[in-house]
Every structure is written in structure tokens, then in C-alpha cells.
Design a protein around this ligand. Structure first.
Ligand SMILES: *Cc1c(COP(=O)(O)O)cnc(C)c1O
Length: 370
């Protein structure tokens, strides 16, 4: 599914030099590399503030803590996503309210969000699933009408560009009040361990979240609020700082592979290619087909026999996960998400796919579905 080894070997010198620099200075935590990477990421994303943290899940948790939400407050998320999006809501004693997604883009359905808003709703967490921005123009307008916070889960979408109807373009994670991303190794900008970042243009929120990520501390050993311990270590920052200048070329490599897949499968009546949102670029964290009129699980098994990995992201929507079962929800309540869980299939997607591999993958898929 990914090839992190080949990617490393192509930029080995830059990575090794960055790591060596950290080893030489022994500034493993809160070293200058972390600040350098922060500045470079602020320049790249256009976010006024970047706060580096330990992982993408922490980023989401610290964002919600920064908003000062209280138990009982409702937070709206799509039901078709990775668990972390709702996990942090539940962990903080807030109430996750899940909504359905769109069939084409697989992103949060804005009309469903509108219907889910109650007087207790405080925030919306859209997920830019698989690397394409949710319908942020409509979502921000809705949030403004109802005085709600928007925390973008941009863990899969760093570098995606969203263009508003007035022509203004912004990066994924820098549109809402707060944005969160992950540097998990397989993410589009991945480190060699765990890492994450929070984006905001709000000075006050930035200062508060920075303190929360550091034990609620502004002045050393004086704790103004309850915080957590979540930081990006210097070695990971060195890896990320070496990789960031390559991110746009990595995105192009993913888009090129996606174009190959699109071309091979477009018009096929058993395989639907990922739908595109006219306002967003797609950075293809995943290339996800919808398999209709063919047996998805059987196709996956047969592909495995031919050494082609394929994954199901995600097999169970949130409202059907054991830990999140809730009497408010029953099977059938979110038909699009349930249908997607039954038919999605993600193909190998990374920066090192060449035409030979893509030809092998696509011809075998077409051969197997007949
Ligand atoms: C990866 C991911 C996260 C969590 O990031 P970690 O760094 O693994 O904690 C959250 N949300 C989504 C949509 C993700 O893909």
C-alpha cells in the first residue's frame, strides 16, 4: 500500500543530515529543529500559527480543549471516518453527533449537518477524507449562522487547496477556526514515528492550545489550566523539515497515480472512481474505489493472491462501532455511510508507484471483475 523505504532512499542525505544535527546538539525535545519546522510549515500552509504536537489524535483533542467545550456540548462529525475524529469528542465527555456523508466525495453532507444542529451544538469537525476538502464554503456559512466552531480534521489532506466562489484559495486545515493534521508515517507528510500539528489564525486560541499541549503551563511550573503532554520531538521535526520541501512533488506523484487509475476505471459500471469536488484539489492520501455490482471482499482476496494489496477504509461507520453504539442511532440511519463501508476499496497509493506497477494493478483488477 505504501513504499516508505524507496522514498527515504531518494532523500537519504537530507534526512540523515537533519537527524545527525539533532544528535550532535542532543536537543531532543523542544530543540531548534522543532521551531524551524514550525516556521516552515507556517510558510507552507499560510496558517498564522502552527502548534506541533505528538500526533493527529492529540491535535484534535487539544483543539477541542482549546475551545473550552463542556460535558454535554454536542460536536458534529461524519459517521464515515477514522475513529480518532469522534474518539476525542467522547473522551472529553462531549457528545458526538454523527451525520451522513455524500456518496460521490465521501465527505460530510452539509444538509445533514444543518438538520443535526440543536441548541447544545458547539462545534463541527469536518474530515477532509482521503485528501479532498469537504464542502467548506457551505459549512463555514452554516457555522457562522449558528455561531459554531469549526475544527478541520485535515489529517489526510495536508497541502489540499480549497477555492471559494470569490476566488480566494486556502489550504486544508487553515479554513476553520482550528485545523489538525497528522504526520503518521503513511500520511502525505509523514515522519518516522508519531507527530501532528494544529493550525489556527487566532492569536488567543493559539496561545491557549500551546499551553494546553504543555501541561497547561505558560510560566514554568505555574499551571493555569489542565493540560496534556503532547509534543513533536526534534528528530521527527528534522525528518519533516527535510521532507516538507518535497511535499508538492509528493502530491503530484500521488495525483499522477490517481489519474492513471481514473483513466483505467472511468466508465466501468462495476467500479466507481472517486468523485471530485469542484472547489478542492485532491491530494490522494487514498485512492478509493466504490465496488458496485461485484463482490468487493472476493475481489480483495483475489488481488491479494496476485500480490496486490487493497484495504477497506473504513469497514464500519462510527454509529455501528461497538464502543460508540448509542440508542439515538440504529442501522439504516446513515444509508450512504453504510453503503460506502460495504463497497469501498482503497488501492496502493504512494509517491513511488511507477507505470509498470500501475499497469499490473489496473489490468489485474479489470481482469478479475470481468
Ligand atoms: C490519521 C488520522 C487521525 C489521527 O492521526 P494520528 O497521528 O494517527 O493520531 C485522525 N483523523 C484522521 C481522519 C486520520 O486519517
Amino acid at each position: 500500500m505504501v513504499d516508505l523505504q524507496s522514498q527515504y532512499l531518494r532523500i537519504k542525505q537530507e534526512i540523515d543530515a537533519g537527524i545527525q544535527e539533532v544528535l550532535n546538539t542532543a536537543a531532543f525535545v523542544k530543540g531548534p529543529k522543532v521551531t524551524e519546522f514550525q516556521t516552515h510549515l507556517e510558510q507552507y500552509t499560510g496558517a498564522k500559527h502552527v502548534i506541533n504536537v505528538g500526533n493527529g489524535t492529540d491535535a484534535l483533542q487539544i483543539a477541542l480543549m482549546g475551545l473550552g467545550l463542556k460535558p454535554g456540548d454536542e460536536v458534529i462529525t461524519p459517521t464515515f471516518t477514522f475513529i480518532a475524529t469522534a474518539e476525542v469528542v467522547a473522551l472529553l465527555g462531549l457528545t458526538p453527533v454523527v451525520v451522513d456523508v455524500e456518496w460521490e466525495t465521501m465527505n460530510i453532507d452539509i444538509e445533514a449537518v444543518r438538520r443535526a444542529i440543536t441548541p447544545r451544538t458547539k462545534a463541527i469537525v469536518p474530515v477532509h477524507l482521503f485528501g479532498q476538502c469537504a464542502n467548506m464554503e457551505a459549512l463555514m456559512k452554516l457555522a457562522e449562522e449558528h455561531h459554531l466552531y469549526v475544527v478541520e480534521d485535515a489529517c489526510q489532506a495536508i497541502g489540499a487547496q480549497y477555492t471559494f466562489s470569490n476566488g480566494e484559495t486556502r489550504q486544508a486545515g487553515t479554513i476553520g477556526h482550528i485545523g489538525c493534521t497528522s504526520f503518521f508515517p503513511s500520511k502525505n507528510l509523514g515522519c518516522y514515528g508519531d507527530g501532528g500539528a494544529i493550525f489556527t489564525n487566532d492569536d488567543e486560541l493559539a496561545a491557549k492550545m500551546r499551553a494546553i499541549a504543555n501541561h497547561g503551563m505558560v510560566v514554568r511550573y505555574y499551571h493555569d489550566m489542565i493540560g496534556v503532554n503532547s509534543r513533536l520531538d526534534s528528530i521527527q521535526a528534522a525528518v519533516l523539515d527535510a521532507k516538507l520541501p518535497h511535499l508538492n512533488e509528493y502530491i503530484r506523484a500521488r495525483q499522477k497515480a490517481a489519474d492513471y487509475y481514473d483513466k483505467a476505471f472511468r466508465g466501468n459500471d462495476k467500479l466507481l472512481i472517486p468523485g471530485r469536488d469542484a472547489h478542492s484539489t485532491h491530494v490522494f492520501h487514498q485512492y478509493t474505489l466504490r465496488v458496485i455490482g461485484a463482490d468487493r471482499d472476493q475481489l480483495r482476496e483475489k488481488l491479494a493472491e496476485r500480490d496486490i494489496p487493497a484495504m477497506i477504509y473504513y469497514p464500519v461507520p462510527l454509529h455501528q462501532q461497538k464502543a460508540y453504539l448509542d440508542p439515538r442511532y440504529k442501522d439504516g440511519d446513515f444509508p450512504v455511510a453504510e453503503r460506502l463501508s460495504a463497497c469501498v476499496l482503497s488501492l496502493p497509493m504512494h509517491t513511488e508507484l511507477d507505470d509498470e506497477q500501475l499497469a499490473y494493478i489496473t489490468s489485474n483488477i479489470l481482469d478479475l471483475i470481468g
